[in-house]
Design a protein around this ligand. Structure first.
Ligand code: NAD
Length: 274
């Protein structure tokens, strides 16, 4: 199954559907990534925080598939913000992954109260210039944080990875991203384990009309909205199910119903105070 690519503002491409690897560690992490590779996923969303870069790198190496066929993201955690710290930290991430480069390096959270994210971003530009990250971007940045980077640096982030799911659709932020050419990535697309999209009757009904699960409907909705998405599961059947979303299309009416589910209600941390 060919996964559509999105072209980022720096010219690199990213598979629009990937696999998230939060909350799975040790041998389970390697097994889950190997399963996902067998299913066909080539885009993996990791982070230093997730404590599974070693297993992610091992699973990719064990696949025998060339490194350049994968798109791997990792993220810098809050302890390493600043003008110099990110250089040491990307070296540690690459060492754990066993890679020469990552495809995408993200600032995990802005932590505006630390007052360091611009310095971190200037270091990220150098990391990109050195070829250690093909693309650089951010996560959980607010409009005002993005505006600082655009005004004070050479580089508009390639992506902003933010909480985005049926009850928190981020319409205003996504419009802001479009204006700047920033691609939107969705985290927690299936409810982040806090709620289940299976409990939303209209998603069940739409799914039944297509012979699909509510989870597949949500992934399909995000793909049709132009959002990059990487659902997470540790269960082989669900890993396959979440990939099986390219043989149906939601109608305009169905998209309107899903857009109507937005409650503007965050389930994760608020980036202003996290
Ligand atoms: P998710 O919304 O993808 O998944 C939530 C839960 O849904 C899973 O734990 C699983 O139990 C269940 N699920 C998955 N597929 C299912 C299916 N087909 N049927 C029924 N249930 C199913 O949650 P997530 O892991 O929070 O988000 C996805 C990825 O986003 C993460 O793995 C991580 O890579 C990234 N993430 C980033 C941040 C950030 O701050 N940048 C925060 C959270 C997550």
């Amino acid at each position: 199954m060919a996964i559509p690519d999105i072209t980022l503002n720096d010219g690199h491409t990213i598979p629009q559907l990937g696999f998230g690897i939060y909350r799975v560690t040790g041998p389970d992490a390697q097994r889950v990534v190997e399963t996902a590779i067998e299913v066909g996923y080539r885009h993996f969303d990791g982070a230093a925080l997730y404590d599974n870069e070693v297993e992610l790198g091992r699973a990719i190496a064990a696949s025998g598939i060339p490194r350049e066929e994968f798109f791997v993201t990792t993220k810098l955690w809050r302890d390493h913000h600043g003008r110099t710290e990110p250089h040491a930290e990307i070296a540690r991430s690459l060492d754990r992954l066993g890679f020469d480069y990552v495809d995408l390096y993200l600032i995990h959270w802005p932590h505006p109260t630390l007052g360091k994210y611009l310095d971190t971003w200037l270091a990220f530009e150098e990391i990109r210039d050195q070829g250690l990250a093909r693309s650089i971007g951010v996560s959980n940045f607010r409009q005002e944080d993005l505006a600082v980077l655009v005004a004070e640096s050479r580089t508009t982030p390639a992506v902003n990875q933010v909480e985005l799911h049926p009850i928190f659709q981020q319409g205003e932020l996504r419009t802001f991203h479009r204006g700047l050419g920033i691609a939107t990535e969705a985290w927690g697309p299936l409810g982040h384990g806090t709620y289940s999209v299976s409990d939303i009757p209209s998603l069940v009904t739409i799914g039944e009309a297509h012979g699909k699960s509510p989870q597949q409907v949500v992934i399909r909705w995000l793909l049709q909205e132009g959002v990059i998405v990487f659902p997470k599961s540790s269960t082989a059947s669900r890993i396959a199910e979440n990939f099986d979303v390219f043989d149906f299309e939601l109608s305009e009416d169905e998209l309107t119903v899903i857009r109507g589910l937005d409650e503007g209600r965050r389930i994760g941390y608020d980036p202003a105070t996290a």
